[in-house]
Design a protein around this ligand. Structure first.
Ligand code: EPU
Length: 293
């Protein structure tokens, strides 16, 4: 196909997406591409638009359930070094969307810059964290944002100040764009205190979550001030298994890929949980993860 030739034949065919998701689940992407930089990304966007190829963006794949059949799309992974740059300017950090949340936290801590500690242990890229406004029940990455640089689906770059972005709980309108980088505002703090905060958050995570098996973190958003995990636990669903997927014994809002789970196994557990929580508490749980079909 012509459009693939224009991309120096760097397009892969039938790339298994299980290699690119934290769940280690997912069928093939019809096409798969890692752009070198912004102009390469812009080119791929314009070409796919012209040739009517569906395009999907992936960062670290830590909040996605990809169907077993895969996706009839070009999956673009912002995984080249260009997209992972981190630059500090005084108390601000400019972080590339492909850089890891935990790498950013470490770099901030080394410089005595405080603000990102609450994100410690959240697996994923900065782009992914921004698009879904990652965080804790009362702290969100949006609290730190000064501006986000994005590319629209015509291949044009725009700088969005915080005031032009709609952030909500585990959601934002940034999904209309491809996130390139963000400027986050930090404060100066004692390095030892920053490290202490990071350790505290990591320890809480290690104690309360199953980090030993592939998963996508919490499956559902918390409804209001309630914990979805607590509700699922109260339904007695911990340890429930379908195929290779299991509702974690440690945190009930985690579904883990115990042994070669299929997306279908996870989907069936998701449906079961929704049904049970609705019947028991009259609460409609809403998935936090994105589902790619
Ligand atoms: N709880 C249970 N059973 C469970 C899980 C939790 O009884 O199986 C209880 C806990 O004992 C605690 C309460 O529920 O009293 C809250 O639990 P937790 O501190 O684990 O917080 P959460 O609301 O369940 C949220 C985030 C997590 C984040 C933790 C950090 C959401 C949907 N979840 O979980 O984020 O790591 O706080 O404390 O906002 C994620 O987004 O992927 C994620 C894992």
């Amino acid at each position: 196909m012509n459009w693939q030739k224009s991309l120096k034949n760097k397009v892969k065919n039938k790339e298994a997406l299980k290699k690119h998701t934290s769940f280690k689940i997912g069928g093939p992407a019809r096409y798969f591409y890692i752009p070198d930089d912004y102009s390469d990304l812009s080119l791929v966007i314009r070409l796919t638009k012209k040739h009517k190829v569906r395009i999907l963006i992936i960062g670290w794949g830590s909040n996605i359930l990809v169907s077993d059949k895969g996706v009839d799309a070009l999956v673009v992974k912002l995984g080249s070094p260009f997209f992972k740059k981190i630059d500090f300017q005084g108390k601000r950090v400019e972080a590339g969307s492909g850089c890891g949340v935990n790498q950013l936290i470490r770099e901030c801590a080394r410089r005595g810059l405080s603000g990102t500690q609450f994100l410690a242990g959240i697996p994923g890229s900065i782009g992914g964290a921004l698009v879904m406004n990652a965080g804790l029940p009362k702290e969100n990455i949006s609290d730190l944002v000064e501006s986000v640089t994005v590319m629209d689906y015509n291949g044009k770059i725009k700088i969005l100040p915080r005031s032009k972005i709609k952030f909500a709980y585990r959601n934002s309108d940034l999904s209309r764009y491809i996130i390139l980088k963000a400027i986050l505002k930090l404060t100066r703090q004692d390095k030892a205190q920053i490290k202490k905060d990071i350790c505290k958050n990591m320890q809480h995570r290690k104690r309360t979550q199953d980090l030993a098996h592939p998963s996508a973190g919490c499956i559902f958003k918390n409804p209001g001030n309630e914990s979805a995990g607590r509700l699922i636990d109260l339904c007695g669903l911990k340890g429930r298994k379908i195929g290779g997927a299991v509702i974690s014994d440690i945190h009930a809002n985690f579904i883990i890929n115990k042994i070669n789970a299929k997306a279908q196994d996870v989907s069936r557990l998701i449906s079961l949980i929704k049904r049970r929580v609705q019947a028991e508490f009259n609460i409609r749980l809403e998935p936090e993860i994105k589902i790619w079909k």
